[in-house]
Design a protein around this ligand. Structure first.
Ligand code: NAD
Length: 251
């Protein structure tokens, strides 16, 4: 297997902006053909367009990750255009931070549908449209899955489940030649994160991060690309923390 992602066909969800967009760009720069999937056709088109402009291979796909059939259809069109899928990055998220007593059924259902069910459908999309090459899955966890954080009960439950699912699927899918890993990003001021974290929150996160700064989308994307590439060919069931050390600091 090549050490790079050259020649791979990767479906990236939530790839219209933020960490997903950075992952799509880095994978394409390194020679993968990328399915840029987002619920926003405008954002998916922007990311795919910028990749193509830079000489990379990309296809914009508009789909809601919580819709199982839409995800299977997305993988089918990507397969048709670039060949069998070799990897999926399950990045899309929809978040509300609120005290546990305020969580409504409607909010929790939507968060679970996008964050957790969407990850299942991403996995199934890869399984339905992979060829006979080794394949891989990268899920996106979060430091909240390792540490208690106030007002994030719904999000924490989902990210904890994703970490558990990653280890579980590594065992279930390993015999089929599929590696399953996750990346845990530290604090990255993406458009989505900026909508729920204010400046005071970022000051706190900087202070809590041993490296003393926030992360860049590209730094998380590099971790994702590493796990998909051949240099990670014996790595599975791993939760890779790309977090400036925020998860290992106690005080
Ligand atoms: N930014 C951080 O600090 C941080 C930290 C830890 C974990 N994460 C995780 O990283 C991942 C990416 O986060 P981000 O900060 O880049 O988010 P973001 O909100 O900036 O981007 C998310 C993208 O997902 C898309 N999306 C939302 N719902 C969708 C759906 N139903 N179907 C398809 N696409 C959908 C959005 O349109 C958007 O383009 C998430 O899984 C998040 O939980 C982020």
């Amino acid at each position: 297997m090549s050490s790079s992602v050259e020649g791979q066909v990767v479906l990236v969800t939530g790839a219209g902006r933020g960490i997903g967009a950075a992952a799509a760009r880095i994978l394409a720069e390194r020679g993968a053909a990328v399915g840029v999937l987002d619920i926003s056709s405008e954002l998916a088109g922007e990311t795919a367009g910028s990749i193509e402009k830079a000489g990379g291979k990309a296809m914009a796909i508009t789909a809601d990750v919580s819709d199982r059939q839409a995800m299977l259809d997305a993988a089918a069109v990507l397969h048709e255009k670039f060949g069998p899928l070799t990897a999926v990055v399950n990045d899309a998220i929809w978040i509300r931070y609120e005290p546990v007593e305020s969580v409504t059924e409607e909010t929790l259902d939507r968060m679970l549908a996008v964050g957790l069910k969407g990850t299942f459908w991403g996995v199934q999309a890869l399984l339905a449209h992979r060829g006979d090459k080794p394949a891989s899955i990268v899920n996106i966890a979060s430091p909240v899955a390792d540490l208690g954080t106030a007002n994030t009960a719904s999000y924490t439950s989902i990210k904890g489940a994703i970490a558990a699912l990653t280890r579980q699927l590594a065992v279930e899918l390993g015999p089929q030649g599929i590696r399953v890993n996750a990346v845990t990003p530290g604090a990255v001021p993406t458009p989505g994160a900026r909508a729920i974290v204010d400046e005071a929150g970022y000051a706190k996160r900087r202070a809590q991060t041993p490296l003393g700064r926030l992360g860049a989308e590209e730094e998380i994307a590099a971790g994702i690309a590493f796990l998909i590439g051949g240099d990670a060919s014996f790595i599975t069931g791993e939760i890779l923390h790309v977090d400036g050390g925020i998860t290992v600091k106690s005080m």
